[in-house]
Write a protein that binds this ligand. Structure first.
Ligand SMILES: [Zn+2]
Length: 261
């Protein structure tokens, strides 16, 4: 009887041990298999969905040149209210409160681009050396304000402007673009012009109409991407006035909003 009891106790212990071991193996198997597969599976699903939608999604890039100014702050408020972002190609001079707008723009998820420090055609486009002096001064300033290296640039007047082509030859901006690309800086022009550079106080309704016309290509299709040229210097009050209407127009046309990188 005593032996039988010992065997019985031994088997009970063995069964309990086996049950515990099995349940531990199950839990560890479940954790190892389920968690990573789940995470990976989800991220793949998301990517797949994203890829699918990206094919159809139209992206609009709101860009503002020649700031910062008092208007930059008003523009930032409108962007925030509408939950969209923009790209600011900035120049000097730097007035202390305006520097804070650059910092705020960056911190709120907008992109800051280099537009040369000087923006003076006579100086910036004299030769490559003076161009890079002005470009590098602005790179340094942007790094100081945002803490990040600036990787986007827009030529004052655009890369295709006739004044520079006529005075410096057609390859002047092309050669500089090549050098900028080599150091990881992307150069952007635009394909939708708000027309706000043609004068001051152009009615907001005219600026909206200009964009509504330019947003479509010659076949009547919406441009994708649409890179929209506007200005946030202190004289462009009607650009600020037009901005909510411009954002609405783009949203109604089915655009998402991106920042240049
Ligand atoms: Zn400019």
């Amino acid at each position: 009887m005593k032996d039988l009891n010992i065997y019985s106790k031994f088997f009970k212990k063995l069964i309990i041990f086996l049950l515990i071991s099995l349940s531990l193996i199950n839990v560890s198997t479940y954790c190892c298999l389920l968690s990573p597969i789940n995470i990976e599976g989800n991220s793949k699903n998301n990517d797949f969905e994203k890829d699918n939608t990206n094919e159809e999604k139209k992206i609009a890039y709101l860009t503002f040149d020649d700031g910062p100014s008092k208007n930059t702050e008003l523009i930032l408020d409108i962007l925030k209210e509408n939950n969209v972002h923009a790209t600011f190609f900035i120049i000097s001079p730097y007035i202390e409160p305006h520097i804070q707008f650059v910092k705020r723009a960056y911190e709120e998820g907008n992109a800051i681009g280099n537009h040369t420090a000087d923006h003076e055609f006579k100086y910036v486009y004299t030769c490559e050396e003076s161009f890079f002096k002005s470009f590098n001064k602005q790179q340094k300033f942007i790094k100081e304000v945002t803490g990040s290296d600036c990787t986007i640039f827009r030529f004052p007047g655009g890369s295709n402007n006739t004044i520079v082509k006529n005075s410096r030859g057609k390859d002047f901006t092309k050669n500089i673009t090549f050098k900028l690309n080599e150091v990881g800086v992307n150069v952007y022009d635009w394909n939708v012009d708000s027309g706000d550079a043609k004068g001051n106080n152009i009615p907001a309704s005219t600026l909206i109409q200009n964009i509504s016309r330019e947003i479509k290509d010659k076949d009547g299709n919406y441009k994708n991407p649409a890179i929209i040229l506007m200005h946030d210097c202190m004289t462009k009050n009607t650009t600020v006035e037009a901005l909510p209407g411009i954002i609405k127009l783009l949203k109604d046309a089915g655009y998402d909003f991106g920042i240049l990188k």
